[in-house]
Structures are given as structure tokens and as C-alpha cells.
Design a binder for this molecule. Structure first.
Ligand SMILES: [Mn+2]
Length: 438
């Protein structure tokens, strides 16, 4: 089972962390679904990335010194463990999760002021949780009082986590890429099964359920974000998640779904014919979207600005709109006017990792940042023609197509992590013809 190299993450963070700065990460709270029923707990991405810890009530403090990694974790509790399961406790945090020193979570307010002495700048997700902000500010105030006469530093500067931690998360360690590969493998099984099982009259929710079932059956945590299963013109609603309409003969169905495995998620979209064969108009639009995706993927190269992928996609999609009889004029002028916007209104991709829209800045020093090996991006162009848009030829109305893959930037060029999922018209029609059960 692929697992991130958490020790490598800790070493990278300590190597990047200036001498008199510290990082404080706090776990996600439990969320109630309704009444006293809780949602399944999902750890905070930063905490997991650094430690592998998956339980609630956790804080991680990182600074240079004899014990660089201090963890505060759920106390052992024999009674609670009968109800909710094993707790590693502070000893477990030291033995198995990389803590140099560990305390019970309840000790955080007491211990934090001492840890902050000598620290000039604190990296912390401030303004996210007001209760935690209060705890941190209180600890800083106590640290200041304690050093008034000695003159030691206490934090007078805050950095959000984007400055340091998220810059590290943006560049994936090879072990993280292996985790993403497993998420991609499971996602491929699910999309291929969905193509086989879709048929006229099948409800979107049945396909939705098949995807969830496949994600879990193959060892994933489940969907990394809410599945989109959109038949026909529902595909033109970009975040269509109600997924409750029957699939109609002659329509396409757009599925945007990615499996989360080991807290890393894939993010894939495929669009295929409900009845198994593309109509002429559908095939025409589909092949243009594929062409635009290839052009964009080809820009996922080290050294190219992040925006080059979108620009390449928009150029091909503008050519498409001219060829399809939707737009008229010169490609460059139409690009300048963003004439494609009514039919292609979203970006071409985003960072991908533990979070589906993963952390990391898109702009550095005022310009689009250059891609680097180890970054993972989605490339997801599309074309959407609303049913009631009188400006487009009638044969195109109601067609919504998006194609999305997950691309690893390597020193040798782009690597498509989700290449195993049927994509060309021939591959998709073959996967539809293969049949399947729900
Ligand atoms: Mn996406």
C-alpha cells in the first residue's frame, strides 16, 4: 500500500524553516451532520501531510531545537476507546508518528507559551477558527509576559500556511505521487464501469452509486469531492450534484468524479453517449475538446508559466467555435475579446493533491508561476451549449462536454496519471459497449 514519506516532509519543512520561526498546525474539528450524528472524520490535510496522524484533537508545533516536532494528541482513554476505537496517545505519537515530544491535547494551552519563546514569526492558519485564534493569542500574550525582563523574542509576525507549508505540499514527493497513482487507478476502474453500466433509462443516481461503490470496494476512502453525474444539458450546470434524473437516449452523460485514496484525490471528467455511440454533432464537439486538452497538456512542462495551459486550451476552443459555426472572425481577435467565455466559462485546471483544489499559490512575484517537476495539475477544458441559446446552431444545443485528466509535471515532460481511462471516441464507445451491472 503506497504511503507518503512523512519523515521526508518533516525534514523538508525543517530545512525550509528559518531558525527563529515556528509552525503550528491544528487538526480539523468534528462536524455534526444533524442531531448528535457526526460526519465521518477526515483529518486536516496539513497535519496528515506532516505526521500521518488521522485522529481528531491534534496540534503539531515545529521549531528548531532539541525536540523539533511537538505533538498534542488525544489522551488514552480506556472507556472512550471501547466506544470509538484505539487511540495511539502521546506515546504512540512519539513511537509511530514522528513526534520528538508529545503531550495530551488538553495540555496545549499550558505548554504553548513556552514553545513560543524565542520565536519571532509564527506560521499558522490564522483567521480560520476564532476559538483557536483566541487560544494562540492568549499563549502569545503569556509568552510575552514571561520574557518581559529577559528580552527573548516572541512572535510579532504571522505567516499563513501558504508561505511555507503549502509551498512544500505543492511539490509532490515521489511517495506522494505513488499514492496519487493508486487514487488514479481506482478512479479509472470507476469511470470505466460507469461507461459500461450507463444505458437509456438508468438514473443518474444509480451511476453515482456505482462510482461510490467502486471507490470504496477498491480500497479508496470514497469520493474526494461530490460526484457530478450529469445527463444531457445537466452537463451545462458546472456543479450539478443532485444527480437524480434518468439518462435519455441520444444524450451524453458527463461524469466528474475522483477517488480519494490515503487522503490524496484524483479529479477526472469523462463525457460519453448514454446509448453507446456519439452522434455526428457530439463527436465533432468531443474531438475539439480532446484537441484542446492535448494542446493544454503539452504546456504542462517545467519552466512554462502556469497560465500557458489555459491559453493553449482557449486557442483551440476558439478555433473550434469558429469551425462549429458558433463564432465568426479572426482567432486572435476573438481570443482578445474572450469570445469563447459563454461556452467555456471556467479555468483549465488547478493544483491537485490532498485537496481537490490543492494548496499552492498560482501567482508568484506578480506573474504566473513557472511549473516545476513534482507539481500535479488537472487539465479540464470543455464546451457547453445551453439548450435555450439561440446564438448557437440548433444541432449543438444541449451538448456539454468536459474532459479532465491529472497531469504530473516531470523533468521529461507531462505525465498523464489518469491515462488509463478511456478517452478517444473509439476507446469510450468500446467501454460503453462492454456493458456492466449497477
Ligand atoms: Mn477539476
Amino acid at each position: 500500500m503506497p504511503t507518503p514519506d512523512f519523515a521526508a516532509h518533516r525534514n523538508a519543512l525543517l530545512a525550509a524553516l528559518p531558525k527563529d520561526e515556528a509552525v503550528l498546525l491544528l487538526g480539523s474539528p468534528h462536524h455534526l451532520r444533524n442531531g448528535d450524528a457526526e460526519y465521518r472524520y477526515r483529518p486536516d490535510s496539513d497535519v496528515y501531510w506532516l505526521t500521518g496522524w488521522t485522529d481528531p484533537e491534534v496540534a503539531v508545533f515545529v521549531r528548531h531545537g532539541e525536540a523539533p516536532i511537538t505533538m498534542f494528541v488525544q489522551a488514552k482513554n480506556r472507556e472512550r476507546e471501547i466506544w470509538t476505537g484505539f487511540r495511539p496517545g502521546p506515546n504512540g505519537a512519539e513511537d509511530d508518528f514522528g513526534a520528538d515530544e508529545a503531550f495530551e491535547y488538553a495540555d496545549l494551552p499550558e505548554e504553548l507559551p513556552d514553545l513560543l519563546v524565542g520565536i519571532r514569526a509564527l506560521h499558522y492558519a490564522f483567521a480560520r477558527d476564532s476559538e483557536m485564534d483566541e487560544l494562540v493569542m492568549g499563549a502569545i500574550a503569556r509568552a510575552r509576559r514571561s520574557v518581559r525582563k529577559k528580552g527573548d523574542a516572541t512572535p510579532d509576525t504571522f505567516h499563513g500556511l501558504s508561505t511555507l507549508v503549502h509551498e512544500l505540499r505543492l511539490r509532490k514527493h515521489p511517495a506522494e505521487v505513488d499514492v496519487l497513482r493508486e487514487a488514479a487507478r481506482i478512479t479509472a476502474v470507476a469511470h470505466t464501469a460507469a461507461m459500461g453500466a450507463s444505458a437509456v433509462g438508468v438514473n443518474e443516481f444509480s451511476i453515482d452509486a456505482l462510482i461510490d461503490h467502486t471507490f470504496r470496494r477498491e480500497g479508496g476512502n470514497g469520493a474526494g469531492y461530490t460526484n457530478i453525474v450529469a445527463g444531457g444539458a445537466n452537463a451545462c450546470v458546472l456543479h450539478y450534484i443532485v444527480n437524480n434524473q434518468p439518462l435519455v437516449d441520444g444524450d451524453l452523460v458527463l461524469i466528474d468524479a475522483g477517488c480519494e485514496y490515503g487522503f490524496y484525490t484524483a479529479d477526472v471528467t469523462r463525457t460519453f453517449p448514454v446509448n453507446g455511440s456519439f452522434s455526428e454533432a457530439q463527436a465533432e464537439v468531443y474531438n475539439w475538446v480532446i484537441r484542446s486538452q492535448f494542446a493544454a497538456i503539452d504546456e504542462a512542462r517545467a519552466g512554462r508559466p502556469y497560465t500557458a495551459m489555459h491559453e493553449a486550451a482557449c486557442r483551440v476552443l476558439t478555433e473550434a467555435l469558429i469551425a462549429l459555426g458558433v463564432l465568426e472572425g479572426d482567432v486572435d481577435e476573438l481570443l482578445e475579446e474572450e469570445a469563447y467565455k459563454p461556452y467555456y466559462m471556467h479555468g483549465t485546471g488547478h493544483w491537485l493533491g490532498m485537496d481537490v483544489h490543492d494548496v499552492g499559490l498560482y501567482v508568484a512575484d506578480g506573474s504566473p508561476r513557472p511549473l516545476e517537476p513534482g507539481m500535479v495539475v488537472t487539465v479540464e477544458p470543455g464546451l457547453y451549449f445551453a439548450t435555450d441559446d439561440d446564438d448557437v446552431p440548433e444541432r449543438l444545443r444541449g451538448i456539454g462536454i468536459r474532459i479532465e485528466d491529472d497531469i504530473l509535471v516531470t523533468a521529461d515532460g507531462p505525465e498523464n496519471l489518469t491515462a488509463a481511462i478511456p478517452k478517444t471516441i473509439e476507446e469510450v464507445e468500446a467501454a460503453c459497449a462492454a456493458g456492466g451491472v449497477i
